[in-house]
Design a protein around this ligand. Structure first.
Ligand SMILES: *[C@@H]1O[C@H](CO)[C@@H](O)[C@H](O)[C@H]1NC(C)=O
Length: 463
C-alpha cells in the first residue's frame, strides 16, 4: 500500500533546466526530440541502493524523462517494450492489399506464400528487435481472410467467412492461419499469441474500405470451438499460442467475453481478451465486470493510437494533448485489470502512413528516411514512463491519495525484483503540486515528488 500525500499547491514554477540530451525542436503544439543516425536522447539510467529513489519527469514545457536525482548508471536505455503485434498479411497501414494466397479454391493452401513485406521488412525487423530484447513476445493478428474465402469475394472491405463451421471454407482459412506460423517458424520466429480477428465488429460496416472480417461473439465462439481451437492444438508450431478473443473496443464488454467463454470447450482454447483504446472514455465498468466474470482470462490492450479521427490532424508535432491522452488511457486501463498495452504503429512517416487506404494517424516516432532523422513525439515519452520501468510480471499495488484531486492521475506497481514504480500525471495547465509518497513497507521513508503544470512523473523506488 502506498499513500500519496498531496502536500500543497505551490506558486507556478519557472520551467526547470533540463539535463536530458533531447535535441529540441518546437512546433505550434509543442516540442519533439530530433534524432539522427549518430545522436538521440536516451532514457537516463538508474543504479540505486535499497530504499533510494529517482524521479523521471516529462513536461509540456519540454523536459523528457529528466532524472531529478542522479545516480551512477546501469543497463537498458530504451523503451523496454515486451510485446509486438504482427499483422497476418496486409492491413490498413500496408502500402498495398496483399494476402498469402490469392488462388481461388486452393483449399489445401498449396499456393500459400509469404510476401516481400514479410521477407524484406517484418522478419528482419522482428529479428533485429529480438536482438535488443531476447524475451520480446510477438502476437499475430489477421485483418481479413483472402477474398475468395469471404462472402464479398474481396479482401478489402466488409464481409465474413463463407460457409459453415467445419466446412471447406472455414477449414481452408484455419490452415491459412497455421501456415503463417509454420512459415515464420522456418525463419526462426516463434509467436506468443494469436488474436482471432482484428476488430471483428468492423466486418459488418459496409462503408469500411480497409481489410476486415466480421465475427459476432456467437460466430467467434463457434469458430474457436469447432475450427481454430482444435487445429491449433493439433499443430506442432501453433499449439502453444495464447489465443485472444474480441480485440475490439471496450463497449462490447463484458457481453462479448460472457458469450464466448460461457462455452467451456471454447473457453479451454482461450487465454485472454484483447481490447482497443478507442472507447476509453466509456465507463471502467466494462473492464471491471469482464475481470470479475472471467478472472482466469487476462485482458490485454491490443491497439491504441492518436490522430485517427476524421477532423484531426494525423501527425501533430510535439502535441502534449496526445501524450496526456496516452497516460490517461494507460493509467485507466492498468488500474482496471488490463495487463498490457500496445501501440498501433510505433513509427510512421510525416504523413502518418504509409496507408493504402489513407487511414493516417499519429505515432510516437515520426521518421524522415531521406534525412536519416526521426522525431520522438511526447507520446514516445508517455509510453516510456510506464514501459521502461515496469518489468514483465509486475503487479499493480494499492495506493491512495489523502486529498482527492482531479488533476492528478496515478498508478503504482511492484516489479518482480521488489522495486516499486509510481506513475503520476498532473493535467492542470497552471498548478504545480508537491506530493509526498509514503511506502507502508518502509514507514520511515517519504519520497518528495514535485509535479509542474502538465507533467508526467515516474517515481522509481529501489528495493
Ligand atoms: C472473385 O474475384 C476474382 C477477381 O478478383 C474473380 O476472378 C473471380 O471470378 C471472383 N469469384 C467469384 C465467385 O465471383
Amino acid at each position: 500500500m502506498l499513500k500519496l500525500y498531496l502536500v500543497c499547491i505551490l506558486a507556478i514554477f519557472a520551467p526547470p533546466t533540463f539535463g536530458s540530451d533531447c535535441n529540441q525542436k518546437t512546433f505550434k503544439s509543442g516540442t519533439v526530440c530530433v534524432c539522427d543516425l549518430t545522436n538521440c536522447d536516451e532514457i537516463p539510467k538508474i543504479d540505486l541502493t535499497s530504499g533510494q529513489a529517482a524521479t523521471f519527469t516529462t513536461t509540456n514545457a519540454g523536459a523528457r524523462l529528466h532524472r531529478d536525482i542522479v545516480y551512477a548508471t546501469s543497463s537498458d536505455p530504451g523503451l523496454n517494450l515486451q510485446y509486438a503485434r504482427v499483422p497476418i498479411a496486409s492491413n490498413d497501414f500496408s502500402s498495398r492489399v496483399y494476402t498469402y494466397n490469392d488462388v481461388p479454391d486452393d483449399y489445401s493452401m498449396t499456393h500459400f506464400a509469404l510476401q516481400r513485406e514479410d521477407y524484406q521488412w517484418k522478419i528482419p525487423y522482428m529479428q533485429m528487435a529480438q536482438k535488443y530484447n531476447h524475451d520480446l513476445k510477438f502476437f499475430a493478428v489477421p485483418w481479413s481472410a483472402p477474398g475468395w474465402l469471404k462472402t464479398t469475394n474481396s479482401t478489402a472491405g466488409y464481409g465474413s467467412l463463407l460457409g459453415s463451421n467445419q466446412g471447406t471454407y472455414h477449414k481452408a482459412y484455419v490452415s491459412y492461419l497455421i501456415k503463417f506460423f509454420e512459415e515464420y517458424n522456418k525463419q526462426g520466429i516463434q509467436f506468443w499469441g494469436l488474436s482471432t480477428q482484428n476488430q471483428p465488429t468492423l466486418g459488418s460496416d459496409k462503408k469500411t474500405k480497409m481489410q476486415s472480417m466480421l465475427f459476432t461473439a456467437e460466430t467467434q465462439r463457434d469458430f474457436i470451438k469447432l475450427d481454430l481451437g482444435p487445429a491449433l492444438k493439433a499443430s506442432s508450431v501453433a499449439k502453444g499460442l495464447k489465443v485472444l478473443i474480441m480485440d475490439d473496443n471496450r463497449g462490447n464488454l463484458p457481453k462479448w467475453a460472457d458469450t464466448v467463454l460461457k462455452d467451456s470447450e471454447t473457453a479451454s482454447y482461450v487465454a485472454g481478451i484483447g481490447v482497443h483504446s478507442y472507447q476509453d472514455d466509456q465507463s471502467d465498468k466494462h473492464l471491471i465486470a469482464t475481470h470479475e466474470n472471467h478472472p482466469d482470462y487476462f485482458i490485454f490492450g491490443t491497439e491504441a493510437s492518436e490522430g485517427y479521427k476524421a477532423k484531426e490532424q494525423s501527425v501533430d508535432y510535439g502535441s502534449w494533448d496526445r501524450a496526456e491522452d496516452y497516460v490517461s488511457d494507460i493509467v485507466d486501463d492498468l488500474n482496471n485489470w488490463v495487463a498490457g498495452w500496445t501501440e498501433r504503429n510505433l513509427v510512421l512517416d510525416a504523413q502518418g502512413g504509409p496507408s493504402w487506404v489513407s487511414d493516417f494517424t499519429d505515432a510516437p516516432i515520426i521518421a524522415f528516411p531521406a534525412l536519416a532523422q526521426y522525431y520522438k513525439q511526447p507520446m514516445f515519452y508517455a509510453i516510456a514512463h510506464f514501459s521502461h520501468f515496469l518489468k514483465p510480471g509486475a503487479v499493480r499495488i494499492d495506493h491512495s491519495l489523502n486529498v482527492p484531486n482531479f488533476d492528478i492521475q496515478k498508478s503504482a506497481f511492484l516489479n518482480p525484483d521488489g522495486s516499486k514504480v509510481v506513475v503520476l500525471q498532473n493535467k492542470n495547465i497552471l498548478a504545480s503540486y508537491g506530493i509526498s509518497v509514503k511506502d507502508s513497507q518502509r514507514s520511515s521513508d517519504h519520497y518528495q515528488v514535485h509535479m509542474g503544470p502538465r507533467s508526467i512523473v515516474t517515481l522509481y523506488i529501489q528495493n
